[in-house]
Design a protein around this ligand. Sequence first.
Ligand SMILES: [Zn+2]
Ligand SMILES: [Zn+2]
Length: 306
Amino acid sequence: MPEPIKIIFVGTSAAVPSIKRGQSCTAIQFSQETVLIDVGENAQQAIQRFKVKIGKKLTILLTHLHPDHTLGLIGILTSQEMIGRKRPIQIVAPKGFIEFMKLLFRAYGIRISYSLQIFEIRESRGALDMGSWVLEWFPAIHFDPSYSYVIREKDHPGRFNIEKAQQLGVPKGPLWGKLQHGESVEINGKKISSEDVLGPSIPGKTIVVSGDTSPNEELIEKGQNADLLIHEGTFPAEEQEKHEKYKHSRTIDAARIARRANVKRLVINHVSTRVTDHRKEEEKLREIFPDLEIATDGLEIVLRYE
Ligand SMILES: [Zn+2]
Ligand SMILES: [Zn+2]
């Protein structure tokens, strides 16, 4: 079975951080790489505290350039330089990001020697092949340009049948590895394909990230049946008007969207201090969508394969 995916809620506050909550940052840890979604102020230190691995393959997805989602970025990039990073860092961000970075680099007088591979989103909707997963984006209903993301992991090869491989005369060793990775091998002139020795492929997981947004019908469609929805819930369920004015959602909107998108699990982040009693708020919301949590900093969710 593939290693489970770990999602770590590094920072969960809306806009203003509090003693308990740092600004937006969520880490998705796959076995071979980490994806950070937004990097608010203090993300660097929280990443260490919550043991998020960023030394290997790292991709940073920015939903938008508001400071509560980007203040920690320069800190991470420069610290990586100081500790001698060689591997590149990939960044996907809305239009305007390259200009924004140029200004910051110039103002701070900094340079980095590893490569930054930046993909600036120019089309309002699209998809990018990221290797073992596909990134889809579409507009969030917030201040332009802001995006919601769908992270669709590709399917994993099925279980390797050792007995079958031995019956077919494939010796233990590198050839097994090839078959496990979906390649064909040749034994005494006979071609053996991976399908001969692998069980049915294991479906990849889908994670949807709302970013800052008003409730969005498109997210319901794009996030159908996702394994995990991470949705902002800046305002408490009973808020009447401010959420619309500031283009955010209430916790109850997140629960309704999770229900309509038929996702397996919901975690609400980007929570303001207006949401005072989490347990009570969660109880209320569970009448709409049972499998939900309001995130606190350090919350870990594990997505396992059956
Ligand atoms: Zn925000
Ligand atoms: Zn925002």
